[in-house]
Design a binder for this molecule. Structure first.
Ligand code: HEC
Length: 227
């Protein structure tokens, strides 16, 4: 074999290597799958986290109902209430059924309807009649009655959707000669603002200005105990 022959063999080898490398480069770029920045799925929380962000696993039942009540739909609430009517009458002076009459239940002391025999669990929950059914408490109870009041006789799975709770509570509120005033949606605001500002940090000068304020607010509670 002369050197020309060797050159051909080496050339063929180099050529093969070149082809293999090219194929792997091309296929890498064809089937390129970037690693996500954050592994796993991002799960959006329904509610803004508390200002301090201390509670990571929040109970969805605790989500503040006040901000949703302002825009709740009483009509929709009336149709959701049909599910409650299997056990509850909502008319003035109406009977107790499987569950107590719910006329005027918003603001009423817990477990206080005359002529109804409440479970021991519900009586305990009422704290000797000191606790009243405010909007937030009703919302938490009807999210999952058996979780909020373990041992309650209310055999109802619950309303997962906070909008449905707001609608039905707006309807319950209307079951009164003298409906309770709606809660101020401001109640839950500082936390919501802080969450909002943290969620959009890069949006020009204005949001940044706003972001400073809730951050100040958010620090106050943690500073307070030190003084
Ligand atoms: C399967 C029957 C059933 C259904 C359906 C039901 N409830 Fe009840 N509910 C009860 C019973 C029973 C009690 C009494 C609980 C106890 O004593 O532990 C009760 C108690 C309550 C109370 C406390 C009343 C008080 O006087 O302290 C509220 C508020 C309430 N229910 C709201 C609702 C709403 C709103 C719905 C519909 C979204 C609903 N319930 C659906 C059976 C039911």
């Amino acid at each position: 074999m002369d050197s020309f022959e060797y050159n051909k063999i080496i050339g063929a080898l180099l050529g093969t290597v070149f082809v293999i490398f090219s194929i792997s480069l091309v296929s890498d770029s064809l089937f390129y799958s970037p690693n996500p920045e954050k592994p796993g799925y991002a799960i959006k929380a329904e509610e803004a986290p508390a200002a301090a962000g201390s509670e990571k696993k929040e109970n969805p039942a605790k989500a503040p109902i006040a901000p949703l009540l302002a825009k709740a739909d009483v009509q929709k609430g009336a149709s959701i209430f049909k599910r409650c009517e299997a056990c509850h009458d909502g008319t003035k002076g109406g009977p107790n059924k499987v569950g107590p009459n719910l006329w005027g239940v918003v603001g009423r002391p817990i477990a206080s309807h005359p002529g109804y025999s409440y479970s021991a669990a519900m009586k305990d929950f009422s704290d000797g009649g000191k606790k009243h059914w405010d909007y937030q408490l009703i919302s938490e109870f009807i999210t999952k009655p058996k979780a909020e009041v373990p041992g309650t006789a209310m055999g109802f799975a619950g309303l997962d959707k906070i909008e449905e709770r707001a609608d039905v509570i707006a309807y319950l509120r209307s079951l009164s000669d003298n409906p309770e005033p709606l809660p101020s949606p401001e109640a839950a605001k500082p936390a919501a603002d802080a969450g909002g500002a943290a969620a959009k940090p890069a949006e020009g000068a204005k949001p940044a200005d706003n972001a400073a304020k809730p951050a100040d607010n958010a620090q106050k509670p943690s500073e307070a105990p030190k003084q």
